[in-house]
Design a protein around this ligand. Sequence first.
Ligand code: AGP
Length: 607
Amino acid sequence: MCGIVGYVGRRQAAPILVEGLHRLEYRGYDSAGLATPEAGAFRVIKTEGRVQQLRNLIKEEIPATIGIAHTRWATHGEPSDANAHPHLDASGRIALVHNGIIENADRLRAQLTAEGVVFASDTDTEALAHLIGRSGAPTLEEKVREALSRVEGTYGIVVLDLDDPDHLVVARNGSPIVLGIGESEMFVASDVAALVRHTQQVVYLDDGELAVVRATEFHTSTLAVESSPVVKSPTTVDLVVDDYELGGSADFMSKEIHEQPTALGRALSGRLNERFATAHLGGINMDPRELRAIRRVKFLGCGSSYYAGQMGAQLVEELARIPADAEPASEFRYRNPVVEADTLYVALSQSGETLDTLAAAQELKRKGGQLLGVVNVVGSAIARECGSGIFLHAGPEVSVASTKALTNTATSLAMLGLLLGRVRDLSTADGKRIVAGLRRLPEQVAEILAQEHAVAEVAARFADTRSMFFVGRVRGWPVAREGAQKLKEISYVHAEAYQASELKHGPLALIDNTMPTVIIVPDDELLSKNIGTIEEIKARSGAVIAVTNAELPEGLADAELRVPRNETELDPILFTIPLQLFAYHLAAKLGRDIDRPRNLAKSVTVE
Ligand code: AGP
């Protein structure tokens, strides 16, 4: 949730650190800080607030060519100058930035306090800084190892020692750390977004690894006190700095919504096979016999990735006639799930770093489950844990609100359903129908986006609303859930998703002229049921916004958000798009900070 940047090299560190933090601000943004060595002490500049506030505090050139920096999303201790990272040990000779949560921090704090250590912050991180500083080990690397052996929890850390200020020590356990390899300079970050301006050559640390990073070399090893070397070679990331720029867009959410036709094109490229009316998913290392042996499919993810999983479950059941469902990874991991040998488990994650999804994947592997990953970020923890699967190719998603990643996830799951269907009973004709439908998606998404102005007008009409229902049936149900989620997270307007069929079993009591309902109305076998629901709502003076590709009776809905026709199985993918625009424009009308919704961060790498 927070962002880490480190630098060692030949240039002044501070501008590189601040620019890196700026790139990571989407991951955490309630405070920011940096530390560099200067004249035998650390110069620490930190502040509550945005990276720009940190920038404003840097009034002069800082000569140091090594330093560490952090942007924070508070977990332990409120956002404040004192709680901002970096944290120093009691001697002031060790500086530390940390992502993750130290679970035994209270115990460590009590022990350290009893030993006379005075704490300067309320954070869990500071305890680790003191442990490192108090270690009697001869080198920073060994001090860090020794201190971490007393820590329970998750961390990605970067440590700098005033007594040895030519290198950084970094370590990872459950929170991402990546090294960037430059010409006589090295970068460290929690996300490649902070590195791509400087280098495309990166090394991902795995959990349980430590690295000593100097300007011209790095050494990786296991974290254990009795460590052993780990050989790691750099990989090339195909991201460039423009991927993280706004270009002409007002914010990243708008940019990413409008990137969807291109992003979808990338997800589909080379993966549709007209001749055999199927999908070609090279990352799934299973032959037809193995695919046929799958008796059940279970999708696991959090938030929007979970809702995309619900869409996927519906698609797999329809196309392959295999029982399929989706479950929040955050629940699955804690309920000691029964893992079946002939079930295919699919972990879904844009970031590839969501801790709950990663933990679910690890639990599945430990129990011998068959596991695939459907992930956007190449090299991420979940992608590596799963080993095989489907990359989304959505490009970097910066906005907290997921849009293009959700669309590419649902589309990838449609291709998985097609593949599973075609090794079973899905006919060639139906396979061809789905292939053609998938091919039409990018153009149809562009068609929806071209109506943005009309959606914005509808959103403006409902901007005074304090609460809304989002309802849908079967294919429309995950669409309604995703629509409500999008509205909640960026506009702070209460939105409740319900199965349309369940309205009359209770929630209908809430309908009156202050409670509008967004209803998903595909022109499918459930059309008349959905028209009936609209009539029930209208009879109670509720306003109705219909997202539809059907010809509804004149005046039935108070507003319509139109969607082009495709194959009904693929409807959820298209019906989600107007709801992104609806949430976006309603939030914009309310003056919300769209890319930085309150209390939320882009990837949830803590519990
Ligand atoms: C989406 O708009 C949300 N910000 C959030 O629900 C997100 O989808 C969820 O945290 C999962 O993230 P992931 O896909 O990176 O694992």
